[in-house]
Structure formats: structure tokens, C-alpha cells
Design a protein around this ligand. Structure first.
Ligand code: GTP
Length: 597
């Protein structure tokens, strides 16, 4: 296809504004899928994605559209995930396109994620066409929302396309806007091959499939290609496009998007953002790559039943095959036994992985408190990245601790602004900006990520009755007065319960966790002190008093079946306990304690 007949675009939107519905319509209207084949939400093909209505993996579809000018255009649609945790996947999808449709719900208006996504699209030099969706709703206010787009984003919205993705109204208007308002890709068909590696995943039949965007030259079957990051050479077995079904083609040229298979063993051998070139006539310079995905939140995952460890290991390996942003390494905990330290892009990512492990792999897991990555400088000059609070060296050996900060954008109706500002201030937030968008306030705050990973989203939703929208981007590291808090049960530290906190919040957090554990750990025949400590200094303490009499006493001489039942029940209960020194701690205590702020 000649370059001027290609358009590569993505759809950016706040969650629920109708991105997937519009994508489905575009596919349907251009006839890529017949109505009968058309399943709802075609692009969201993972079960959890569909249930939660969020798009995780970037997908792509090639559409053919005969425009009003009589020409047939090839439109490549890249689906992008909408959630903050996947900002990195958004950026790599955007790097493969020249333009974006900015979908805004005409009854809701601009939201925090709309903004975050627009900034990323602008960073990628995209031409942006505003699309007002859901104009079929009685509450739709297209004129007001257009004004908002101009005021807040600074985009000309006078010729925004007004549509209803649900009823199919004016989908043609979107297609015409793509053709007439978005730029065609540039590239040199005769140049040395340069293609951007956008994504890769494991397919049971084809092995590793690589999603590419060709910039210059061609990719063909039989061609020897070289990965510029590591020099690995592979022979292409198949090139193709997504219609959305995979369909083999002869070759992919400049401006085109599609897939390549080349007997690559594992996705770990493919680096997203890498440049693929021709092995015989290699390019000198790689394409500007994008930032690698770095896990920002870590937690330990342990099987509830120690016998499931092997199964956990296998399951993590399988998950990793299709999720290169998920990291894991073996670790052991005195309290929880053998498990894995796992790294995630954010809290939602963590939740999704946990859910997949329990749902698809039928694993019962305990997750330790999520922790961010701290940068430590020891007094001897050594620098380490701390992923697990349990590994924190003795305080006297640490010169400085730096913690990651984020820049958060929060949009909230005026009525709840006060509560939201209070929450941000409690979490050591620094206000950067406070402006109004109609009757909604937009607050930009810098916050330590450590204050956000616990329960910030939940608190934000509750203080704003669900009306606040939130998005963030990483904003560097800064030194902070952070301490490790250890929890001691019966005078023994329980490593899985230790956590990092700012000194100002240490006592409150320590007290909360001790109180919680007192409720959750069953009384035993002796007194059990529960303490929170910083180094050797105890900052909070509770005591579980001893049981005064034997619980089973009431069974003696009683009905034998009743007694047996009680014993069986105890045995079952045992499985869910962890022996710790002399004390048995129920799993539920770990889970509850770890879930707290
Ligand atoms: P994520 O995939 O979660 O990011 O959401 P999305 O932006 O893809 O939204 P989706 O397409 O799933 O639509 C969200 C909801 O809005 C669904 O219940 C749709 O049926 C509904 N919806 C989408 N477009 C329209 C529209 O034009 N009019 C009306 N009334 N509802 C719509």
C-alpha cells in the first residue's frame, strides 16, 4: 500500500467513555468482521479484561475503508489500555501511530485519564481528533464538553466529531476524519529495514508472535532479521496482519503494522521498543526506543498451602510468557515459607495478576504488603535498590533512603474538593496546581508513591463518593525520613509483616497493626505480647491475654461424635495457621494486617 493511503491511529479515552464500543463499530462498519462473527468487545479478548471492562494488552486491527474521495485506505487501529498502571503500554502503542482519536463521553466531560493520555499522545507528536461519544444520552452536553476540551487541553474542538458508538450514529464521520485529518506515515521503501518491536506474546500454535510497525524497508518471509538491542538473528517464518484474525501477507512495508513469527523461543528474547533490522544490510542507528517498563510496586506471593509451591512456580512462568512487565524472583520468609517476590507496574496490575493466579491457576495465595522500590545509600557508599522491607539493613548502616514520587492529577466535583485536599495533605502531598474546569476542580499534586500504594484509591473514591478520577505519572526519587517498622509476636520478629513508613506516620501505623493482630490471633495458653518496633525501640504494644481454661474440656465425657467433629475442625484450622515460634498465627491475620493502611 502506498504511504498516502495508510493511516495508523489509536483511540485514547478515560475508562468507560466508550473506546472499545467505538473500536468494535469501526471494525463492523468497515466489514472486517461480519455481524454474525462480531462478538461484543472483540478487542478485549481476555476473560478478566472483559469482566472488568479494562483493556490490558495492546491489540491491533487492519481495516479497509473506501473514503468519500473514492480511494481505499488501510487503517491500522492500535488499541491502547486506558488505565494508569499501563501508561507504559500506552506509550509504546502511541509510538507506532501518527494520530489519535480522543474519545470523550459527552455526558461526563474531560476526566483525569483523558488528560494523562492526551499528554502522552502529544509527547508522541500525534495529531489528535476529538470525538464526542454518547450523544444519544439525554444528559449529553456536546457544546459544554467542546468548550472544556479547549479550555483544559487547549485543543481546537470546533470540529469535534459527534457520535454514538452504541447506536452507530456518525461512525462514517469518524472514518472520514481519520482519512482527512490524520497524517499519513512517512518512510523509505528502498531504505534499510527498520521496524519497531511494539509488543510480543506467546501463542500456543505459532510460538512467539511479534507485533511490529515498519518504518523503512520491508519485512518478508525467509528474511534474516537482527534485533538491534542484543544482536540476535532469526529467520522470518511468517509475516501477517490482523483483520482482526491473523492473516499471512507477502511482506510488510513502510507505515504498515503487522506481526512476524521467527522461531523465537520465549518472549524474554524480544525487547519491546527494540529495532528490528535486516541482518545482511543492517541499519546503523536504531529507532528512538521507548522507556523500558520498570516495576514500581513489589510484594511477596506465597502459597497458602506449602505443597502448592511448585504449582505457583509453574504458574508464574506461564503468566510471564504473556506479560513481560511482570517480574518475579524466589524468596523465603521465616513466617510464610517459600514464595516469590513479584514486581508490578502498579496496584491494578498486582490485583490482576493475583486474580489470574487464583482464577486461571486455581491457587490460594497470601500477598505481603505492597512496597515501592527504595534507593538506599549505605554509610560505606554502597547503593542498593530495596524491593522488600525485610531486607532493610540496620538503620545505623544506612546513610540515606530515597523514595519514589508521583505527579497525580485528580478531578473532582467542587463539593468533595475539601475532603480530597485533606486526603492528599495527610499523605504528605504537595499541591502543584488547583484549577477549575466548569464545576469540577482539577488538583495536581506531588505525592510519595509509598503513600498511594496502600489504600489511596479506595480512600479517594470513598471521600468523593466515587466521583473523583485519578491518574499519575512517576516523578523521580527524593530523600525521605523513612523507617522500617518490624512487628514482633511473642518477642520474635515476623518478617512478612514488616513495612516501611515515613517517621511521622510510624507510630500510628504501628499501633493500628498491633490492635488488628490482637483481634486476629487466637488466645493461647500463655500471654502473647505484640509489638511494633523501629530498630530496637518499641513504638506500640498490645498483649493477648492467656486462655484461662482448656477449650476441649467441655467435650470430655460428652458425645463422641461431637468430639470427633471438633477435632476434625481443629485439623482443618491447622492448615490455615502458620506456626511461629510458640505461636500459631492464622492466615487471615496476615491478610487482614497486610491489607491495612
Ligand atoms: P475500557 O475498555 O474499560 O477502557 O472502557 P471503554 O472506554 O472501552 O468503554 P466501553 O466501550 O466498554 O463502554 C463503556 C460503557 O459505555 C458500556 O456500557 C457501553 O455500552 C457504553 N457506551 C459506549 N458508547 C456509548 C454510546 O454512544 N452511548 C451510550 N448510551 N452508551 C455507550
Amino acid at each position: 500500500t502506498p504511504l498516502d493511503r495508510i493511516r495508523n491511529f489509536s483511540i485514547i479515552a478515560h475508562i468507560d467513555h466508550g473506546k472499545s464500543t467505538l473500536a468494535d463499530r469501526l471494525i463492523q462498519v468497515t466489514g472486517a468482521v461480519t455481524a454474525r462473527e462480531m462478538k461484543e468487545q472483540l478487542l478485549d479478548n481476555m476473560e478478566i479484561e472483559r469482566e472488568r471492562g479494562i483493556t490490558i494488552k495492546a491489540q491491533t486491527v487492519r481495516l479497509n475503508y473506501q473514503a468519500k474521495d473514492g480511494q481505499v485506505y488501510t487503517l491500522n487501529l492500535m488499541d491502547t489500555p486506558g488505565h494508569v498502571d499501563f501508561a507504559y503500554e500506552v506509550s509504546r502503542s502511541l509510538a507506532a501511530c501518527e494520530g489519535s482519536l480522543l474519545v470523550v463521553d459527552a455526558s461526563q466531560g474531560v476526566e483525569a485519564q483523558t488528560l494523562a493520555n492526551v499528554y502522552q499522545a502529544l509527547d508522541a507528536n500525534h495529531e489528535i481528533v476529538p470525538v464526542l461519544n454518547k450523544v444519544d444520552l439525554p444528559a449529553a452536553e456536546p457544546e459544554r464538553v467542546k468548550q472544556q476540551i479547549e479550555d483544559v487541553i487547549g485543543l481546537d474542538a470546533s470540529d469535534a466529531v459527534e457520535i454514538s458508538a452504541k447506536t452507530g450514529l456518525n461512525i462514517e464521520g469518524v472514518l472520514e476524519a481519520i482519512v482527512t485529518r490524520l497524517p499519513a506515515p512517512k518512510g523509505d521503501p528502498a531504505g534499510t529495514t527498520k521496524a519497531l518491536l511494539v509488543d510480543s506474546w506467546y501463542d500456543a500454535y505459532l510460538g512467539v508472535v511479534v507485533l511490529v510497525r515498519v518504518k523503512d524497508g520491508h519485512l518478508r518471509k525467509g528474511q534474516k532479521i537482527r534485533m538491534m538491542s542484543n544482536g540476535a538473528v532469526h529467520t522470518i517464518e511468517q509475516v501477517g496482519v490482523f483483520t482482526p484474525k491473523m492473516a499471512a501477507v507477502e511482506s510488510l512495508g513502510p507505515g504498515e503494522m503487522g506481526y512476524v513469527t521467527a522461531a523465537i523461543k520465549t518472549v524474554a528474547d524480544t525487547n519491546v521498543g527494540d529495532t528490528i533490522t535486516d541482518d545482511r544490510r543492517p541499519a546503523e542507528e536504531p529507532l528512538p526506543g521507548f522507556k523500558p517498563s520498570i516495576p514500581v510496586v513489589w510484594c511477596g506471593l506465597y502459597p497458602v498451602d506449602a505443597d502448592d509451591f511448585e504449582k505457583l512456580r509453574e504458574s508464574l512462568g506461564k503468566l510471564r510468557l504473556n506479560d513481560s512487565s511482570f517480574h518475579y524472583e524466589a524468596e523465603t520468609s521465616a513466617a510464610l515459607g517459600f514464595g516469590y517476590r513479584c514486581g508490578f507496574l502498579g496496584l491494578l496490575h498486582l490485583e490482576i495478576v493475583q486474580e489470574r493466579l487464583s482464577r486461571e491457576f486455581d491457587l490460594d495465595l497470601i500477598a505481603t504488603a505492597p512496597s515501592v522500590v527504595y534507593k538506599l545509600t549505605k554509610t560505606n557508599g554502597e547503593k542498593i535498590d530495596l524491593h522488600n522491607p525485610a531486607d532493610m539493613p540496620d538503620g545505623s548502616l544506612v546513610e540515606e533512603i530515597e523514595e519514589p514520587w508521583i505527579k497525580a492529577t485528580i478531578m473532582v466535583p467542587d463539593d468533595y474538593l475539601g475532603a480530597v485536599l485533606t486526603l492528599c495533605n495527610e499523605r504528605r502531598g504537595q499541591q502543584v496546581e488547583l484549577t477549575y474546569v466548569g464545576s469540577r476542580a482539577m488538583a495536581v499534586y506531588r505525592l510519595p508513591l509509598n503513600e498511594v500504594v496502600f489504600d489511596f484509591y479506595d480512600r479517594l473514591k470513598s471521600v468523593s463518593r466515587g466521583y473523583a478520577s485519578f491518574d499519575y505519572a512517576m516523578d523521580g526519587y527524593e530523600p525521605g525520613d523513612l523507617v522500617k517498622i518490624s512487628i514482633l509476636v511473642n518477642n520474635e520478629p515476623v518478617d512478612a509483616l514488616s513495612f516501611m513508613a515515613h517517621r511521622s506516620a510510624a507510630e500510628r501505623r504501628g499501633r493500628q497493626i498491633c490492635e488488628k493482630l490482637k483481634e486476629l490471633i487466637p488466645r493461647q495458653l500463655f500471654r502473647i505480647p505484640i509489638q511494633a518496633a523501629i530498630g530496637g525501640r518499641v513504638i506500640a504494644r498490645e498483649t493477648i491475654s492467656a486462655l484461662s481454661k482448656d477449650v476441649t474440656a467441655k467435650c470430655y465425657g460428652g458425645d463422641i461424635t461431637r468430639k470427633r467433629k471438633l477435632l476434625e475442625k481443629q485439623k482443618e484450622g491447622k492448615k490455615r495457621m502458620r506456626q511461629f515460634g510458640k505461636v500459631e498465627i492464622p492466615q487471615s491475620a496476615f491478610i487482614a494486617a497486610l491489607k491495612m493502611d
